[in-house]
Design a protein around this ligand. Structure first.
Ligand code: 13P
Length: 254
């Protein structure tokens, strides 16, 4: 097991609504979770952040709420965007940045992602910076190179990594039911950690949490999360049902 406290994060994407989101967070908050052993995070769409926090505030729990994305701009005429300041003011403590759906569908480039990371940190938000190769990259034996380049560019000029979590999500494993094998995932996580050690020093790399994402389920969670360099999971589909998500949160309990 790794020395770092695992973080199990649920990315709801553009799913759930006020009622179903409320039910899900209430189920999680009422469940028996040992927060000394695991951190738990949910990332609803921005409009559901406040209702989720409101429901959570009524029950004793330590669930963290995150946004799924922020603008790299401070404020102004950017129709449809949500600023880091707005997310922070809504009570969220984290934001995802650079999810592959943002990279692929909304052309979030590495440069833009780096600006978003800086903007989030300026507003005291912690960041889950997502990276991952496409199937094309993997088949071209360029997976490691691609992922390390995304890490390097995403973290460019970021002085401290204390508020940064990385999430390795191979694009071909997202929403496909195909997971990276625990061995392949571990190899990539190790490569990421070694790279961070090279650019930022071993002490920083040793503390950095690196999550795995891509078709994580209650069935495969334990083996993935038992790998030395895998410090948690970023879960999509299986985070939408409290029963499944709780099994992943409690992966260590069986
Ligand atoms: P799935 O767990 O549905 O594959 O989604 C993973 C993901 O994209 C989490 O950010």
């Amino acid at each position: 097991m790794s020395k770092r406290k695992p973080l199990i994060a649920g990315n709801w994407k553009m799913n759930l609504d006020k009622l179903t989101g409320k039910k899900l967070v209430e189920d999680l908050a009422n469940a028996n979770i040992d927060y000394k052993k695991v951190d738990v995070l949910v990332a609803p769409s921005s409009i559901l952040i406040q209702p989720a926090l409101c429901s959570l505030s009524k029950i004793k729990n330590s669930i963290i709420v995150a946004a799924q994305n922020i603008s790299h701009e401070e404020k102004g005429a950017f129709t449809g965007e949500t600023s880091a300041a707005m997310v922070a003011a809504s009570g969220a403590k984290y934001t995802l940045i650079g999810h592959s759906e943002r990279r692929q569908l909304y052309v979030d480039t590495d440069q833009l992602i780096n600006l978003k990371v800086k903007k989030a940190l300026e507003h005291n938000l912690s960041v889950i910076l997502c990276v991952g190769e496409t199937l094309w990259d993997r088949e071209a034996s360029a997976a490691v190179e691609t992922v390390l380049a995304q890490v390097g560019k995403g973290l460019k000029d970021i002085k401290s990594l204390t508020k940064i979590v990385l999430a390795y999500e191979p694009v071909w494993a997202i929403g496909t039911g195909v997971t990276a094998s625990p061995k392949d995932a571990q190899n990539m996580h190790k490569a990421i950690r070694e790279y961070v050690a090279k650019i930022r020093g071993k002490a920083v790399a040793d503390k950095l949490r690196i999550l795995y994402g891509g078709s994580v389920t209650p069935i495969n969670a334990k083996e993935l999360l038992s790998q030395k360099d895998i410090d948690g999971a970023l879960v999509g589909g299986a985070s939408l049902k409290s029963e499944d998500f709780l099994k992943i949160i409690n992966f260590d309990k069986k």
